[in-house]
Design a protein around this ligand. Sequence first.
Ligand code: GCU
Length: 860
Amino acid sequence: MPVTAAAGLVGTGGSAWAVGREEVVAALRTTADGNYDGSDLWLRYMPVSDPGLLRKYRESVTTVIVENADRNKVYRHSTNLSMAPGSTERLVETTLAAARDELVRGLGGLLDQAVPVKTSPGDRIPDGAVIVGTRDSSSAVRQYTSADDLAPVGDDGYLIRSFSRGTQRFTVIAGNTEAGALYGTFAFLRRLQTHKPITRLDISESPRVKNRHLNNWETVRLYAGNNASGTGGLSGENGTIFNFAATGASAGRNLPVILDRYIVVARAMASVGINGITINLVNADNVYLTAQYIAQEAALADALRPYGIKIALSINYTAPTDPRFAPDTLTNEQLDPHGDEFRGWWNRRARMLRDSIPDFTGFTVKANSEGQPGPQDFGDDHGDGANAIAAAVAPLGMKIYWRTFVYNADVDEDRLKRAYLEFGYIDDERRPDGTRGRFLDNVFLQTKNGPLDFQAREPVHPMFGRMENTNQALELQVTQEYTGQDEMLCYLAPMWEEVLKTDTYATDERGRLLGKRLMGHIVDGTAQRHSDTAIVGVANLGNADNVTGHHFSQANLFAFGRQSWDWTLDSADIAADWVRMTWSNREHVVGTIVKMMMGSWEALVSYQTPLGIAHQFRSSDHYGPNPAERLARDDWSPVYYNKADSVGLGYDRSPTGSDFTAQYFPTLEARYGNIGTVPENLLMWFHHVSWDHRMRSGRIFWDELVYRYQMGVQYVTWMRLTWDSLQPSLDARRFSEVKAKLAIHEADAGDWRDTCVNYWKEFSGRDNPVDDGPLSIKIVVNGRTIGGFDLSASSYTIPVAAGASPKITKVKPADRAARYEILSQADDVPGQAIVRVTKEDFFGPIVKNYVFIMEHDTVL
Ligand code: GCU
């Protein structure tokens, strides 16, 4: 753990103390040596490189004042809580201590000099003081922020204000709670990290959504930083972030021992406002409810608590029958959700958890989904099941996150329709008191953003807006299961922005359009006046040095936090912050990397599943393509989704097909149901499109489809070339690790293109289109115009008559917006020439290096 290690050392004793400058400088040297591994995520705190700015910052920040930092000690169940031997992070006991330490570490690194900490403002607030606290903890905060000022920011919000009193200038970071003050601290540090002004501040921030949680699927789908090999993680670990049962060399590093990476992740989560984590897989193992595991969970919760992070567990509906809980077990007959036995069991288990983890938040439940047991197995419905467990834990202040990821072919042939069919009527149900909706108040229905399963682009789930009487949590997938895992650079924030800003056209009971009806409004409760709100991200945490595997996957975690705090944010702005905090503040680096990130998702959609085709993944790993795959279950099979035939491609969900479109509000129903009005990027989600259907580009569908696959790949080529150009500006190790991944990325994107297009060809009976794609060219050699270059090919053979010049004398791009450059000519035959063609397409720059092999023509 580089900078953070030394700079984070916190001494106590005396009213003021400081971290030694030598320690900070030494730590900075190790990070600057090119071997930095990414382990500090976006909390690296490199010195501000612009001397003028550095001077200004040093003037504005001279002292940190945190009063009573040690007063509100958080609950500790594990009395001997300790870091693993040799750790560089440290455990803190209060949230204000976490804030104080972060300022010491952050400012020490950014300002390249130690910043003293005072525990009281003294007679006169020093010039350049940064004061952090609540009105309760800090006399200075009390003096400079009134209760009325703070009231609007609520529990988690904060104020950051600059003051000027005579010659004294200082900054106050204040929250109503210590967590709010911590969030404000990170926001203040972010300003320095991103080289923004830190004077004349009058910032008032509060999250739009209350529960901003991660779900950590620990044992399967380790798409993120899974480092089981021992190259970066520890031997015997299974690749997950938290060690419960590691073996071999890592056996001594299981919880309750706390590892550096837990604290790094806690700080990172807090820095973007994430305030909860369900630590285990949704296909839950009951072991997490055993006394031994609860003791380990308690230690983890103790370590995370100062950062405002609360833990929860995924549970299995039939856990009470598990013999591991003997003698406290139930029989199947006792699993009646209306009966006392079932409820009593859950209440007992929840109390055990509460006794060790007083702020334990509750349970995530995957029931009657993909083979997991649930109430339907016993003749009950989701409302019965969710309410039973919810009622059992309500007295303990806990909540149930009941997932709606269900599909049952008996309910409807079209998998996309099933969730609403299973849940919608429960929400509509009229209660004896005249109100509607059977789900209890402490139940959230946790619904994926789209109706299928985290595909790279999905229409929004029709349940959003339709469940007026139920709390709904939006579930996003931060880990890149279907979006390139830890091999592909895919920045997901633009997708989440698209989702959150989609107009649902939700109406009220009388059919009038709601004023606020974007997905974000539904999720943040303002559309339909829900008071409890949640966004959940399936996490991409692992045991790799850089936590997420791909360095750029860190950006998805960062963005998830930022967007769940404020879904109105612009994904490009978030990317820019992350790049500045993680890589560099040099403008050309920021601009270039942000550009790479911003097109990366749309490019992935294009080379994997363009124009609304979905789920063409091979079932073994959800990474590569297998459009021909037919599995035991229809609705797990790529062929079920593509419906390829001689007529065309895509799933008809319009009124002439499955009529899934009817689940949307009328405006979207009409728009999606009509092939003339459906957005083309969702085309095959809703229609079986004939191969010669005319697209808005003027091309026929087949041609457009093939070009889309090709353009996606050419974007990756652009990213690879562009990344290479950044080498002088980036640290060596991370540069080369990303470079290596981009090479894999480009090859695997090409595999997607070729596998899918070749398979579709069997049905379309057509060849790849040539000569009128965005990057198509013709060349003139020896007076002959030659074209017909298939963009999927890696090189082209050009016959040259004996004695004739092999030089390319002219290049004619098909698209007038395309630019070309002859990178090299062939001097002789045989020889090679390279022409680079570039164009700005709708998702960013695309580039194709045409490699021409000039050969003697034996026929001419
Ligand atoms: C996907 C994923 C599973 C996961 C499931 C879910 O299908 O592949 O591993 O369990 O989603 O969300 O429950």
